[in-house]
Each structure stands twice: as structure tokens, then as C-alpha cells.
Ligand binder design. Structure first.
Ligand code: GUN
Length: 280
């Protein structure tokens, strides 16, 4: 029987620190730390995430500047907005919510954000710094939050076998790089991996970011493992993780719930990245 990792509680502690740092910044500079949040199109999940991020800013003393653009916004219009935000002295961080509509080139768009205003850590400069072990870049929010959740269990990362399922630029690749930075032995699995179960059963730390409801079942998990579920799969019955929580919790040592695990940490780390970026 696992211990449930309380992401909401860990996130609340981080948000307390953010509020203190944002308040000190405001007293010193006579303005709030500012985060610009850009959303393009009408993806319903993105609308929820962006609303949560804006609310979190308000609660933590960060000014949010929200820009919702229509689904047929052109690449040039989006880039023009980002350039304006880059030049705005009140904007310390910029976030472009992903996914973008299909006609917009994600890589090119993200490359326009000034690396020092890249609150998400998605710019090639920040992603590159992470892979080079340079610590002065911005680290992507969800991976940064995952490391904090693992640390909150008291289980050390160094020397452990960590398996990541999923190789996205947002979660899989950066979390693998961070686990490696923490001296884990890291394996990244994906849709073409052969004998997945043989690999996941060796994991002391298992991070699952595949986007498939209840993809990881109890037979794939080593007894006592730390299991981090990044899944956010919505259907008519609600929000579901990538891990079959009810089955896996009987085997794992520690497990994150969905909701209330990784999700609140992504938001908390965005706030932390923003105050870090402002020098608060
Ligand atoms: N889409 C899914 N996760 C994220 C995230 O962490 N940041 C942004 N900008 N978009 C996302």
C-alpha cells in the first residue's frame, strides 16, 4: 500500500515562498512581477490551464497580462505580440500555452521569446542549458515540479534506476535530463520501446507522461517504487491519469494522484520560474 504524494500541499509551500518574494519585489521596485500569458485558439483544456495559471498569479502577488487570440491568428501576428511583450519592461515572464493551432510553427514561435523571459523553459537556449548541466537557465515547469515531488518523499534520486515513459519536449526529455543531473540511471521509453514492462519493472522511480488513461498497470511496477503520474486525460467521467491508480497504489511505495499530484506543481513552478526570472 502506497503513501499518496500530496502535490497540492507541496505546491502550497512553494506558492508561499513565491508570494513573499513577489511582495518584496513590489516593495523594492514599485511594481509587481509580471507574467504575460498567451493563448491561441479554443482548445478547451488549454482554456482551463490558462485560467488556473492566471488565478494562481493573482493569489501570489504576480500581475498577469492575458492575451487570448483567435484560432485563425497568423504566425506573424503571434510573433508580433511576443516581440511587444519582449520589449515591455513590466513583463518579466512570457508563457505561450501549448498546443498551438496546426498552422502555427511551434518551434519558430517559441524561439522568438527572449530566453530570459521564457517562463516555461521551452526556448532552445534554456532546453540546451539543461542538457549541458548549466544551472542558470529556466527549467520547464512540470519536470521541475516532478523533481520536487520525488524529493518530498525523502527517497534519494542518486544511484536509483529512473524510467521515464514518454519523450516529449515538455516533459519526457527535460525530466530525463533532470533525473540524470541528480545522478539517477535513466532510461527513456516511448511508443516504439520493446518489452516495456521488463524495463518499467526495474524502475525505482517511474515517471509516466504518455497521455493514455490508465496505461501503466500494477504488473508494470516494482514493489516500493516512486510513481509520478503526469497524465491529464479528460473524458465524460472526469480527469484520469496515465496510471491505474487503484491497482498501482497496492504495489508502489509512493504515488501521485490525478488530480492533486503533478498538476498543482506545474502551476507552482511557473510562478517560481517567473519570480526567478524577475530577479525577485
Ligand atoms: N501545455 C501543456 N503543458 C504546458 C506547459 O507546462 N506550459 C505551456 N505553455 N503549455 C503547456
Amino acid at each position: 500500500m502506497s503513501e499518496i504524494i500530496n502535490g497540492k500541499a507541496v505546491a502550497a509551500e512553494i506558492r508561499k515562498t513565491v508570494l513573499e518574494r513577489a511582495s518584496a519585489f513590489e516593495r523594492k521596485h514599485g511594481r509587481k512581477v509580471g507574467l504575460a500569458v498567451v493563448r491561441v485558439g479554443d482548445d478547451p483544456a488549454s482554456a482551463i490551464y490558462v485560467k488556473n495559471k492566471i488565478k494562481a498569479c493573482e493569489e501570489c502577488g504576480i500581475a498577469s497580462y492575458s492575451h487570448c487570440m483567435g484560432a485563425n491568428t497568423s504566425q506573424a501576428e503571434l510573433i508580433e505580440l511576443i516581440s511587444t511583450l519582449n520589449a515591455d519592461a513590466c513583463v518579466d515572464g512570457i508563457l505561450v500555452q501549448l498546443p498551438l493551432p496546426k498552422h502555427i510553427d511551434e518551434r519558430e514561435t517559441l524561439s522568438v521569446i527572449l530566453p530570459e523571459k521564457d517562463a516555461d523553459g521551452f526556448h532552445a537556449v534554456n532546453a540546451g542549458k539543461l542538457f549541458l548541466g548549466e544551472r542558470d537557465g529556466t527549467v520547464a515547469c512540470t519536470p521541475r515540479g516532478i523533481i520536487e515531488l520525488i524529493k518530498s518523499t525523502g527517497v534519494g534520486i542518486e544511484g536509483k534506476r529512473a524510467v521515464v515513459i514518454g519523450r516529449s519536449n515538455i516533459v519526457g526529455k527535460p525530466v530525463a535530463a533532470l533525473l540524470l543531473e541528480h545522478n539517477a540511471t535513466v532510461t527513456v521509453c516511448h511508443s516504439k520501446t520493446v518489452d516495456l514492462k521488463e524495463i518499467t519493472r526495474q524502475a525505482d522511480i517511474l515517471v509516466v507522461a504518455v497521455g493514455k488513461k490508465h496505461f501503466v498497470t500494477a504488473d508494470m511496477v516494482k514493489r516500493g517504487a516512486v510513481v509520478i503520474d503526469v497524465g491529464m486525460n479528460r473524458d465524460e467521467s472526469g480527469l484520469h491519469g496515465d496510471v491505474d491508480f487503484d491497482g498501482v497504489k497496492e504495489v508502489a511505495g509512493y504515488i501521485t494522484p490525478v488530480p492533486g499530484g503533478v498538476g498543482p506543481m506545474t502551476v507552482a513552478m511557473l510562478l517560481l520560474n517567473t519570480v526567478d526570472g524577475a530577479g525577485a
